[in-house]
Design a protein around this ligand. Structure first.
Ligand SMILES: Nc1ncnc2c1ncn2[C@@H]1O[C@H](COP(=O)(O)OP(=O)(O)O)[C@@H](O)[C@H]1O
Ligand SMILES: [Mg+2]
Length: 156
């Protein structure tokens, strides 16, 4: 399994890293963002959306579980924090989006149980210090491993 850890020393660095990742994403990619509150998941999503060319500001949805942005691809941003478990996924329309026309960026993916596609990019986000966060990318499968390899070349 390919893996890559990036440390970002400021919110701006996280945005920039996210943008580089966003530049590499393709139709059908699913990104699962793990990590505690404040770990930088939404900040990274904002960077990814910017890298995909979406002009809208990314926010943490309070009442909406899925937000949509339009970049060079449609971007579906789900925050499953308020779901109790996979059964709550019924009716929010996530599964149709997962093999749809764009990219899916999912915070609190553990709430979805095993209902994400087998092949997806996992990003473990972690708090290292007041302005420092780490992002560890992992994933099995040809597409995800290729993505991590491409990103490693850019981050070096
Ligand atoms: N290096 C960094 N990367 C990302 N966020 C950072 C960083 N340093 C400080 N922060 C702050 O941490 C918070 C992260 O919040 P957010 O991205 O909403 O986290 P989450 O979605 O994981 O709950 C923001 O207030 C952001 O400004
Ligand atoms: Mg968030």
């Amino acid at each position: 399994m390919a893996s890559l850890t990036i440390v970002c020393g400021s919110p701006a660095a996280t945005l920039a890293f996210g943008a580089r990742l966003g530049g590499l994403l393709a139709r059908g990619d699913v990104v699962a963002l793990h990590g505690e509150l404040g770990a930088g998941k939404t900040q990274l999503v904002a960077g990814i959306a910017a890298g995909l060319g979406a002009p809208d500001a990314v926010t943490s949805p309070t009442f909406v579980v899925i937000q949509h942005y339009q970049g060079r691809l449609p971007i579906h941003h789900a925050d499953l924090y308020r779901l109790d478990g996979p059964a709550d996924l019924d009716g929010i329309g996530l599964e149709e989006l997962l093999d749809g026309d764009g990219v899916c960026l999912i915070e609190w993916p553990e709430r979805a149980g095993d209902r994400l596609p087998a092949e997806h990019l996992v990003i473990a986000c972690a708090w290292l210090g007041p302005t420092e966060r780490s992002f560890t990318l992992r994933g099995a499968g040809q597409r995800v491993e290729r993505l991590i390899t491409a990103l490693r070349a850019v981050e070096r």
